[in-house]
Design a protein around this ligand. Structure first.
Ligand SMILES: Cc1ncc(COP(=O)(O)O)c(C=O)c1O
Length: 407
């Protein structure tokens, strides 16, 4: 039966369903049960001692490990091609735990100048509290990473495509540069390009993080995260970051929901990509649009890298800017009107849900990034971010057409 199969050797659509999820030994249940318990009992003190010192496999206490959480970790390690994974209560829990696991006072990080707002705050302010130095570079040119690396650089951290400008960084080139320079861990936040779109570990990254909240769960009802990489790195991140300093494992109930959501990851993500491509093409051809940022379009500066790195799928996220002076209105005012008149997309942060979500980064996700910094990296006042959902692409395009008419 399934327990004897090495799911790592199977194709993506098979491993995403079966990986990490052997049927339950106690009951035969096919769906992984929700082990909603804080602690685990032992028959004897000797058994307890063996589970504590890990000479006997098993679980002790759910902050350190839980069977439902473990199934999620195993599935994620299998689909990303990593040795191990640790699941966390949020994407920020995954990123923060990775940082406190890998870095020590006096270390230096090179990171991208375009990051998710929460990560940007972590890099601009929180790291300083721990005596960690941070350099921000434009990662669309891998040579900028080489120039920024110093003797004490321990981590190169990037998002690609980046939130919200969709800037693409070349993972392979950056990983080569970092590894040539020394013992530097390359950490990629691949939330915008979930498997099967992008596999950062296969491109040379050491660690991949995801906000599971987004595509991996895919149903808009969970906050969660995962960190995947080599066993020795994951053990440190789990030990220092997740179970001790931060104390941020997920709840077993959330892991159950993510396991359930991930069964359809392959088909969902492919449809997100197809819909996003259709909408990107429609928007690019519209008279009111100044620019569409989607790696699948030939006009995107990172298109050639994305073609290879994103397996010609490009993801479900895009951003666009309206022209200045549409019927006497600024791009910002016209953008607000456009968004307010849409009837299918919901105005909300987050992404990767079945529902299309639209947001205005300058006033929502990136409001905490200083205006001058924002504009330098392309987050203009008129930029609108769209997480393209699983509705009919035709209905979404009709909705945009109607909304454009009302500007
Ligand atoms: C790219 C990216 N990374 C990390 C996060 C943080 O994830 P979470 O909200 O699950 O903590 C987000 C949230 O939007 C994100 O967009």
């Amino acid at each position: 039966m399934g327990t004897k199969v090495n799911w790592r050797e199977k194709r993506f659509s098979t491993k995403v369903i079966h990986g990490g999820q052997a049927f339950d030994k106690g009951t035969g249940a096919l769906a992984t049960p929700i082990y909603q318990t804080s602690t685990f009992c032992f028959e004897t003190v000797e058994e307890g001692a063996g589970k504590f010192d890990k000479s006997i496999p098993g679980f002790v206490y759910s902050r350190g490990g839980n069977p439902t959480n473990r199934a999620l970790e195993e599935k994620c390690a299998i689909i990303e091609g990593g040795e191990d994974c640790v699941a966390t209560a949020s994407g920020m829990g995954a990123i923060g735990s990775t940082m406190v696991g890998l870095l020590r006072t006096g270390d230096h990080i090179v990171t991208s100048d375009t990051l998710y707002g929460g990560t940007d705050v972590l890099m601009r302010t929180n790291m300083e509290h721990f005596g960690i130095e941070v350099s921000f570079v434009d990662m669309t040119d891998a040579e900028n990473v080489r120039k920024a690396i110093k003797e004490n650089t321990k981590v190169v951290y990037l998002e690609t495509p980046a939130n919200p400008t969709m800037a693409v960084a070349d993972i392979k080139a950056i990983a080569n540069i970092a590894h040539e320079a020394g013992d530097i861990k390359v950490v990629v936040d691949s939330t915008f390009a979930p498997p099967p779109v992008q596999f950062p570990l296969a491109l040379g990254a050491d660690i991949v993080v995801h906000s599971v909240t987004k595509y991996l769960n895919g149903h808009g009802d969970v906050i969660g995260g995962v960190v995947i990489g080599k066993s020795e790195d994951i053990a440190i991140i789990r030990g220092i970051g997740v179970t001790k300093l931060n104390g941020t494992p997920p709840s077993p109930f959330n892991s159950y929901l993510v396991l359930r959501g991930m069964k359809t990851l392959d088909i969902r993500v492919k449809l997100h990509c197809e819909n996003a491509m259709e909408i990107a093409k429609f928007l690019e051809g519209h008279e009111y649009i100044e620019k569409v940022h989607y790696p699948g379009l030939e006009s995107h500066p990172g298109h050639e890298i994305a073609k290879v790195q994103m397996n010609e799928m490009y993801g479900g996220m895009l951003a666009f800017e309206l022209k200045e002076d549409i019927n006497g209105m600024s791009a910002f005012e016209a953008g607000k009107k456009l968004v307010n008149n849409l009837t299918i997309p919901s105005i909300a942060v987050s992404l990767g849900d079945p529902d299309t979500l639209v947001e205005h980064p300058a006033s929502m996700t990136h409001a905490s990034v200083p205006k001058e910094e924002r504009e330098k990296i392309g987050i203009t006042d008129g930029l609108i971010r769209l997480s393209v959902g699983l509705e009919s692409a035709e209905d979404l395009i009709e909705d945009f057409e109607n909304s454009f008419k009302q500007i």
